[in-house]
Write a protein that binds this ligand. Structure first.
Ligand SMILES: *Cc1c(COP(=O)(O)O)cnc(C)c1O
Length: 411
């Protein structure tokens, strides 16, 4: 099934439409780029299919908020829709608008951050559904629906232990008579797990029990509890719809075990200089790293402004992150700066690291999760911080072989 809208709309998303232009633009973009971010759309689709299979008979949605976790919401929405994904979650109305421009009318779009007073028309205009998590919000939505006659539907979010968004269990109980009276327009009842990535966390079972009880009272309304990690907690967590985000993009949804997902992003950045440093000299801001031997450095064109966190820095006491140059792992020397990192390539064969070559920051065994560990954060934050200066390449065997964004490449 194809619920992707006219491919011409792709051009509006910054992608070229003609294959000839694509190949030329790609070559030009990567030849001149300081950094190249490759996003494997086939891997995202394969990840979605894997999650979908493990959740059957539940439906598998796609969470594409935050520009599809940095991967590009337009390209990801298009690829997932072509693969058969029918329900999408975004965080904001703006994101919903962008998604609707890509997705045909048959696709359902939920807005996780919900409904504000006076934006009913905006929801109706693009036919998307707010996820309502507060009684005032519900009342405002009801007023809008009554006055406008809009019957596009909404989800009810119930809090079962996260204490972020959602009606309390008591509030949810209170609206049930009205919901069950029919014509309520509620198309989904959902909750969100707080600790799903820890298999044995006691909150999982408590949230499951609470959600099962309350959801069963919403007769005939589909229910949804699980994010990526929740899907791996077992079929009892899957209900009628699952909402994976992170796992689609290759982040490990089961951090206590091997990653069952395919990796999606590869990040390379250009070596802009090779320099030699005497023993005893310091490297970078603050002089925090000292050469303990005559050292060869590769200066690589990516830094914290590109989402390569400063927390990946090393100093005389601690190792930092690593990059792969000429097939070998090499440590970062000194502080990560805004646009550059210094990499110790002394252990490589002479001339293996050269000016103009690319260093691999993500890929060749360096996973997003590993990098996140070095940065003192999680894969989600690494992905959503991926910089805007990289040339972006989308790999997909289904459409044209590859597409590049010349606008991004020029930056
Ligand atoms: C972001 C989000 C998801 C997706 O979570 P992942 O851990 O990325 O799979 C699902 N549901 C809600 C309510 C969310 O906010």
């Amino acid at each position: 099934m194809n619920i992707v809208s006219d491919p011409k709309s792709i051009t509006a998303g910054g992608l070229l439409s003609s294959e000839v232009n694509q190949a030329a633009a790609l070559a030009a973009a990567t030849a001149a780029a300081n950094g190249v971010l490759t996003i494997d759309l086939d891997a995202i689709v394969a990840n979605w299919r894997k999650l979908e299979k493990s959740a059957v008979p539940a439906e598998c949605a796609g969470v594409i908020k935050a520009d599809a976790y940095g991967c590009g919401a337009d390209a990801v929405a298009r690829a997932l829709a072509a693969a058969g994904c029918k329900t999408f979650f975004v965080a904001t109305l703006d994101e919903a608008r962008a998604a609707r421009a890509i997705l045909l009318a048959a696709a359902t779009i939920y807005v996780l951050d919900g409904f504000f007073q006076n934006c009913g028309e905006a929801f109706a205009k693009i036919d998307c559904k707010p996820v309502i998590g507060d009684l005032n919000e519900l009342a405002e939505w009801d007023v809008f629906c009554r006055r406008s006659g809009w019957a596009g539907g909404a989800a009810i979010h119930i809090d079962t232990g996260m204490n972020r968004l959602g009606l309390t269990l008591g509030e949810a109980q209170g609206i049930i008579p009205r919901i069950n009276a029919g014509d309520h327009g509620i198309t989904l009842v959902m909750s969100h797990l707080a600790c799903a990535e820890s298999l044995n966390h006691p909150l999982n079972a408590r949230q499951l029990a609470a959600f099962r009880d309350i959801a069963s009272l919403f007769s005939g309304v589909p229910a949804s509890l699980s994010n990526s990690s929740g899907i791996f907690l077992g079929s009892q967590f899957q209900f009628d719809l699952v909402r994976p985000g992170a796992a689609l993009y290759g982040i490990n949804p089961t951090p206590e075990a091997d990653n069952p997902m395919q990796s999606v992003v590869e990040l390379k950045a250009r070596i802009v200089q090779i320099r030699n440093v005497e023993k005893g000299e310091s490297v970078g801001y603050g002089g925090t790293w000292t050469a303990r031997r005559p050292t060869r450095l590769a200066i690589v064109s990516a830094g914290y402004a590109d989402g390569y966190f400063r927390a990946g820095s090393s100093n005389d006491g601690t190792r930092g992150a690593e990059v792969v140059i000429a097939g070998k792992r090499c440590p970062i020397a000194g502080r990560v700066s805004m646009d550059l990192i210094a990499v110790d390539v002394t252990d490589l064969e002479k001339n293996a690291a050269r000016r103009g070559h690319m260093a691999t920051l993500i890929g060749e065994g360096i996973t997003v999760d590993e990098l996140a560990h070095h940065f003192g954060t999680i894969g989600y934050e690494v992905m959503t911080s991926l910089g805007s200066r990289y040339a972006r390449i989308y790999k997909s065997g289904e459409a044209a072989p590859e597409t590049a964004s010349p606008a991004t490449a020029a930056g």
